[in-house]
Every structure is written in C-alpha cells, then in structure tokens.
Design a protein around this ligand. Structure first.
Ligand code: UT7
Length: 324
C-alpha cells in the first residue's frame, strides 16, 4: 500500500470587478487586438479596495472544504502559494487558518511566484506522505493588481487577481498509475535568471513592495522550452505517457505558450483547460482557479489523469501529475 494525496474538493474566488481589455486603451498605448492576439487575454478581475489576498484565499478555501464535505476542524494544515501577501508577515496561511476558525493545525506560505501552486502541491504531498498531515488545504491566491506599473503597457495588461483552493486527503493506493491522487512531482529553479521577472522592491532593499518588471520575450522563450520538458519528466516518473492524459491544466500566462506546450507534448487543445481569456495571469492562483472552474463545469471528472505545469519568476518551474 502507498499513501496518496487525493484531491477531494475544490473552490475558487474571483473579485466582482471585471476589467475588459478595452479599459486599458484609455490608460496606455495598447489595444484589445494586441492583448488578445499576443496573450489570449480578454478580461481579468481586479480586487476591490479592502479586498486582500487572504480574504480571497479564505473564500476559496471555504468553498473547497465544503465541496469535500468537510469542516475547517477536519483540516490539519494550510499551505498558501502567493507572492502578494497581505503583509510581509505573518503568512497569509495563518490568516486563512484564523479566518476559517480552525481549532488547530499549522499553516505556512510558499513563494515560487507563478510556479507557486505546483511547489505548494509538492510540499503538501510530501507532508501527507511523511505522515505529518492527513488533510491539507492547498491554496493559490494573488493580488497582482497591487504590484503593477500602470504606465508599463508590456506588463500591466497581463495580470489579474483571484484565488483557487483544493483539499488534499491521505488515502491508501496500490502504488501504480491507476491510483487516485498525486502520482509524481517535478520541481526546478535557476536563480541566474532572476532579472527576467522580478519586483523592484522589497523588505531588505527598498523597504517598499515595488512593482513587477518582466522581459516578456525571454520568459516566453524559457517557458516554451521548459514546460513540456518538466511535464514529460513528471509523466515518466508517474509511469504514464502524454497519450494517457485527460487534461493538461497549465499555468495561465499566455495562450501561445499554452498551445505550444500542448503541441510539443502531442496533446490536442480540446484536452487543455484554458481560462486565461477570462482571468489573465493570476500567478500562483491560475492553476487552482483553472482546476476549480473545470471541476465545477464538469470537464474534470473522478479518475481523470491530469498534468499541471507552471513557470515564473526565479526562474522557478515544475509540474505535478495527479489522478482526480
Ligand atoms: O507568469 C509568469 C510567466 N510569464 C509569462 O509566461 C509571460 C511570457 N511572455 C509573454 O507572454 C509575451 O512575451 C508577452 C505577452 C509579454 C509579449 O508578447 P511578445 O509577442 O513577446 O511581444 P514583445 O514583448 O516581443 O513585444 C512586441 C511589440 C514591441 O514593440 P516593438 O519593439 O516590436 O516595436 C512592444 O513594445 O509589442 C509592443 N508591446 C505592446 N504593444 C501594444 C508590448 N506591450 C504592448 C501592449 N500593447 N500592451
């Protein structure tokens, strides 16, 4: 018998305010046409004043716990992937723990920018398999609208806010690829690429939050090269092939990256969950948002084989293969 981390509930939260591409035409020298054709993005949600990463994370987690038929008291760990925490500390995860009125357990944040949710899943899976936790709420939550330079057309049109959550539960499996749950994980980073995507402020440098800076074309090049590679490594580790996949659930940064990665893997686009048109790039929230949306609309079903892959600042990238 093998201990597996099985997804038993999903949830998500999107702020009420929807911003269409056209709204940017009045602010910077851009067009709906450019944003759509270069990124696939049509609209995104922006948090309202007073709405925070933790408030969105709490809403998503509450929904995921309810969907699992559980209560917060059943959860013994909270892991939040975020690069836009409410405060430098304490962690967003402890704010979620308090917001859910969890009577015990432990909570911490993971910071791997857009790859954050994949890193969080790998960490939560390790906790479960090591016997440290039986049920973990894994959340990706971001308010990237708070770290955008509104005069930089090459970045401000790309990002959005939101949160997604899933509950992982320890269950016994047979040890093979037919098991439900996380079958394999694959993580990488290379800090030599820090200048390709970063925020130009922070606690021990400027003392302020800073704004996002990105060499988009270079990040694009790395993404196309690295995402299919990590996904294929992870599939092999899980003992399956790309033909076995029911769904790729990619990080939602750019439709062209998503399409090229699927092409490289030989997977048709009708087996790829795409939400970038409606959410923009929500960094660590993008994969759990896409998972939750696709579960809610009936695309992802029990038993489906899924590969999730992501890349972002660091550079940090990785993938997870799981059976739903
Ligand atoms: O989530 C973390 C990982 N991040 C990513 O995966 C993002 C990766 N990068 C990308 O998605 C794409 O590189 C972008 C969408 C950011 C940009 O697309 P691109 O096809 O790589 O465009 P580019 O940066 O090569 O820019 C092409 C042109 C430039 O003009 P010139 O130099 O050709 O005259 C830009 O100045 O488009 C211009 N441009 C814009 N034009 C209208 C850049 N931003 C805009 C804009 N509106 N918003």
């Amino acid at each position: 018998m093998t201990l597996r981390s099985v997804a038993v509930g999903t949830g998500h939260y999107l702020p009420a305010r929807v911003v269409e591409n056209a709204e940017f035409e009045a602010k910077v020298d851009t067009s709906d046409e450019w944003i759509r054709t270069r990124s696939g993005i049509e609209r995104r949600h922006f948090a309202a004043e007073g709405e925070t990463t933790s408030s969105m994370a709490i809403a998503a987690a509450r929904q995921a716990i309810e969907a699992a038929g559980l209560t917060p008291a059943d959860i013994d760990a909270v892991v939040v992937a975020t690069s836009t925490p409410d405060l430098t500390f304490p962690s967003v995860a402890t704010m979620v723990q308090a917001g859910l009125r969890m009577p015990g357990g432990f909570a911490f944040d993971v910071q791997a920018v857009c790859a954050g949710f994949v890193y969080a899943l790998a960490n939560a899976d390790a906790l479960i398999r090591a016997g440290q936790a039986r049920r973990v709420a894994v959340i990706g939550a971001e308010t990237f609208s708070r770290i955008l330079d509104w005069t930089d057309r090459s970045t401000c049109v790309l990002f959005g806010d939101g949160a997604g959550a899933l509950v992982l539960e320890a269950q016994e499996g047979a040890g093979g690829p037919e098991d439900r749950g996380i079958l394999a994980t694959d993580l990488h980073s290379d800090g030599r690429f820090r200048d390709l995507l970063y925020v130009d402020g922070g606690v021990s440098t400027s003392g302020s939050a800073g704004v996002l800076r990105m060499e988009g074309r270079e990040v694009f090049r790395h993404a196309v090269e690295k995402l299919a590679e990590t996904a294929e490594t992870c599939l092999a580790r899980a003992g399956v092939t790309a033909d076995d996949i029911d769904w790729i659930v990619p990080h939602q940064a750019n439709l062209r990256i998503i399409t090229r990665t699927a092409q490289k893997m030989g997977v048709d686009m009708d087996r790829v969950v795409v939400t970038v048109q409606d959410h923009g790039n929500t960094s660590a929230a993008s994969i759990p948002l896409a998972l939750s949306v696709a579960v809610a609309d009936g695309r992802i079903r029990r038993g489906d084989l899924i590969v999730a892959e992501a890349i972002g600042g660091g550079l940090a990238w990785g993938s997870v293969v799981l059976r739903w």
